[in-house]
Design a protein around this ligand. Sequence first.
Ligand code: OAD
Length: 264
Amino acid sequence: MIATGSVCAAANRPFRPARGTIITQYDTNILKIAIMSKKRIVVLTGAGVSAESGIKTFRDSGGLWEEYDIMEVATPEAWERNRDLVIDFYNQRRKQLYEVEPNDAHYALVELEKDYDVHIITQNVDDLHERAGSSHVMHLHGELKKVRSSVDENLVYDLEGWELKPGDTCELGSQLRPHIVWFGEPVHMIPAAADLSNSADIFVIIGTSLNVYPAASLVSYVRPGVPVYLIDPGEVNAAHIQGVRVIREKAGSGTRRLVEELRK
Ligand code: OAD
């Protein structure tokens, strides 16, 4: 659909294409403006969006933080104390990532791009949004398939295959570490994610317990009056989110349904 109202305003004269009109450069510019004027949907995703792909969430019963102690595998102190354990923990996650596929929720968000300017902010370190085909994905907590220098965080590399080995080093000669934001480390992407959240015309939250900050605070940057949807089969505390519409379904069916509704 072309938002002719705003297009006309931008072009400063009426736009009434007649049947059989030859497309001119003027019209092409109008079309470009129309595409740029698509409404923006910002989607905050968490572990739940990948659950139906077979990746465990963290805090559900049977979740990863029941099996592992966060302090032993996901902190800078753990890295100092027991590098082999930390490397192995993320190797197992990475290995699994090569065995799973995106699910309906990831694909439905790609479909949404036909009508909206969709931006995904994910807390997940998997690459399932990208593999499904989403165009704009921001990773708040790092990416499993990348590793980085343990002395210079700007030296980030794509890891070939799933296995990072003790003894694998960066160009400065120090051990490579998982490219993950551990507990106690700054989340560098937050200012950009906050700006994005503030620019949303519609905000959608999928599969996150909203327990981890600063990611959970992003919803506070959403402008008043912007519709907010939350898709999660569990009990998420969303009382502080004004006007939120909660869809208590799994990500696959809930996202598909919301996308159909938004595309009508
Ligand atoms: P959590 O494990 O805290 O929450 C997962 C959410 O997914 C819960 O609200 C579940 O109800 C929901 N869920 C479960 N199955 C689902 C399904 N099929 N469809 C939709 N939702 C489902 O995970 P996050 O909120 O993502 O950080 O956790 C945030 C951060 O904490 C993670 O990024 C990770 C973790 O520690 C780091 O490791 C830095």
